[in-house]
Every structure is written in structure tokens, then in C-alpha cells.
Design a protein around this ligand. Structure first.
Ligand SMILES: C[S@@+](CC[C@H](N)C(=O)[O-])C[C@H]1O[C@@H](n2cnc3c(N)ncnc32)[C@H](O)[C@@H]1O
Length: 295
């Protein structure tokens, strides 16, 4: 027997990967997600997942029919909270925003089901006002963790949980070249010109393309990558300097930056793979948070 889990905003089910990595046995895993390619990826890897669909359509009486929930998890949409779109008025609505207000569904369901354990994740770049609202409603202070403790990606996130935590392990000092594929396909390389900024720079080169600043950044293989995001396609993919040329990171490199097993997201387009991974959890961080769950 294992625990019963309800995962809201389940994405590609990073929660299940992390439970497995932390050695926590699962009986029922209920997931609420709306993106077909994410659910497809989940079902490919975890066919027993019970998909419940859109969280806003999950009525209280349906939720009460589920087996008693031991662990409620979720990373509610950060679209209106994150700083990368903070200067854009349409996106800058915080927890009142069209997508980020879904956080209140998490609170509704937590209050209804009263699980023994909970975990909520969101971006660390939100305003203090929004952070305080979340903290007040969950009744615990968030823990800040940067994924770079476990991987070659800088990704600062807040985690609100009542699971007892050990001290964070020491930063492993992993850099991009530790996770890069040695034989990346030619299709990932750019034919565009670039400006070389120097081996001492995190952004080692600037690609000469018609794009915003972030899209032009080419990362130094001896350092870490900036935060992966869900926005992909066009020039949005993260880029690396490889043998004096510039190329996109491959979907497998995206997986490795999130400490997801190689090939986990295979089966959908490269753009969708990068997008799911950009939206997803760094599995080693979540496995660390889950370690002390009592079975
Ligand atoms: C930040 S991502 C979470 C990713 C997840 N933690 C993972 O490991 O893949 C937020 C997710 O919420 C999903 N979502 C958005 N609106 C939703 C809704 N109404 N009901 C359920 N899920 C929704 C999005 O499709 C997206 O996958």
C-alpha cells in the first residue's frame, strides 16, 4: 500500500517522478491538468494516473468521492506573477490574473480535503504582497530553493509545505557542459552571426537575430543556464556555445536541466517538450522535499 496523492496543475506529472525518486510508494495518483500533450506524456510514463481534468470544473462532491488524500501538491500557474512578464500590464495582475488566480482553487480543495501533507510551488520573483497572501492562506512560510543546488540551471522558487525538511544538500556545482549531449543534431545549430562576449561571461555570446534580449543569449558551457520557461518556438529556446558555434539546447538537455530522465517527454514535438519542461518541476528538488513523508 502507498499514499494517495492529488496533484493539481499536474503538467507532465513531475510529482510522480519525484515520489518515485524519493522512494515513496503511491496507491492512487489523481491528476488535474488540461493540456493534452502533458497528459499524454504522463499517461505514457505512468499509465495508472487518474486524470480528473480542469480544476475549475472539479466539484466538491466529485472530490469527496476520491480515496482519502494524504498529499496535495501543485505548482499553480505563474503567468501573472513572474517577473519576466512583470512589465506587461496584461500579465501583471498577480493572484488576480486570469491564470494565476487558479491558486485559489488549490486553497478551496485543500480546505475541503484536509490532506495530511501539502506542497505548493511558485516563482520567487512574485511581489511580497502576493507572497504574503499565499503564506497567510497556507499557514506556513515558504522555503526558497534554487534548482542550481541540484542541476546546471538557475531557477529560484518558493515552496510552501508542511513536510518536515532536512538541511539542503550542498550545491553540486554542476555546469552546462556536464549535461550537454556530445553529438547534438545539426538541426539545432544556428547559421546566424553572433558577437563573442568572452569565456568569463555567463552569456558567452550574443546571437545576431531579430529578437528580444533574452532570446539572443547564448550560455557559457562552463557555467549554468538561465531559467527554462514554458515559452518556446521562434527564438525562445535556451542556447549554448558548442565548439565555437551557437545552438539550441536539445529536448534531452532540457530534461537533464530539470533532472528528468532522458527521453521522458519523447512522443510530442520538440517545442512542446521544451515547453512542458520549462513549466515543470526540477525533480531532484521535489524529491528532496518529499523525502520525509511518512508512509
Ligand atoms: C507551472 S505548470 C505545473 C507543471 C507541473 N508541476 C509539472 O511538473 O509538470 C502549471 C500547469 O497548470 C495547468 N493548468 C492551467 N489551467 C488549468 C486548469 N484550469 N486545470 C488544471 N490544470 C491547469 C497548465 O496546463 C500547466 O501544465
Amino acid at each position: 500500500m502507498g499514499i494517495n496523492v492529488l496533484s493539481l496543475f499536474d503538467g507532465m506529472s513531475g510529482g510522480q517522478l519525484a515520489l518515485e525518486r524519493a522512494g515513496i510508494a503511491v496507491d492512487k495518483y489523481y491528476a488535474s491538468e488540461i493540456k493534452p500533450h502533458s497528459m499524454q506524456t504522463t499517461q505514457k510514463n505512468y499509465p495508472d494516473t487518474i486524470q480528473l481534468g480542469d480544476v475549475t470544473l472539479l466539484k466538491d462532491n466529485r472530490l469527496k468521492e476520491l480515496k482519502s488524500i494524504d498529499l496535495l501538491i501543485g505548482g499553480s500557474p505563474c503567468t501573472n506573477l513572474t517577473i519576466t512578464v512583470c512589465n506587461n500590464y496584461d500579465h501583471n495582475q498577480g493572484l488576480k490574473g486570469e491564470e494565476s488566480k487558479l491558486f485559489f482553487e488549490y486553497i478551496r480543495i485543500k480546505n475541503l480535503l484536509n490532506p495530511k501533507y501539502f506542497l505548493l510551488e511558485n516563482v520567487a520573483s512574485m511581489t511580497d504582497e502576493n507572497k504574503n497572501i499565499i503564506t497567510d492562506l497556507l499557514g506556513v512560510e515558504p522555503v526558497f530553493i534554487d534548482s542550481n543546488v541540484f542541476s546546471a540551471q538557475d531557477r529560484g522558487r518558493y515552496y510552501w509545505t508542511n513536510i518536515p525538511l532536512d538541511l539542503l544538500p550542498e550545491n553540486k556545482g554542476i555546469v552546462l557542459k556536464d549535461i550537454m549531449e556530445t553529438d547534438a543534431d545539426e538541426k539545432y545549430y544556428y547559421k546566424k552571426g553572433f558577437k563573442f562576449n568572452g569565456w568569463d561571461k555567463k552569456v558567452i555570446a550574443t546571437l545576431e537575430i531579430n529578437s528580444h534580449d533574452i532570446g539572443k543569449r547564448v550560455y557559457n558551457p562552463n557555467m549554468r543556464c538561465g531559467t527554462l520557461t514554458a515559452i518556446n518556438g521562434g527564438y525562445h529556446e535556451k542556447k549554448v556555445y558548442d565548439n565555437e558555434r551557437c545552438r539550441k539546447l536539445t529536448p534531452i538537455e532540457y530534461e537533464r536541466l530539470q533532472t528528468v530522465p532522458d527521453g521522458y517527454t519523447e512522443g510530442v514535438s520538440d517545442t512542446k517538450r521544451r515547453s512542458m519542461l520549462g513549466d515543470g518541476w526540477t525533480i531532484d528538488v521535489i524529491a528532496y522535499l518529499f523525502k520525509n513523508i511518512e508512509q
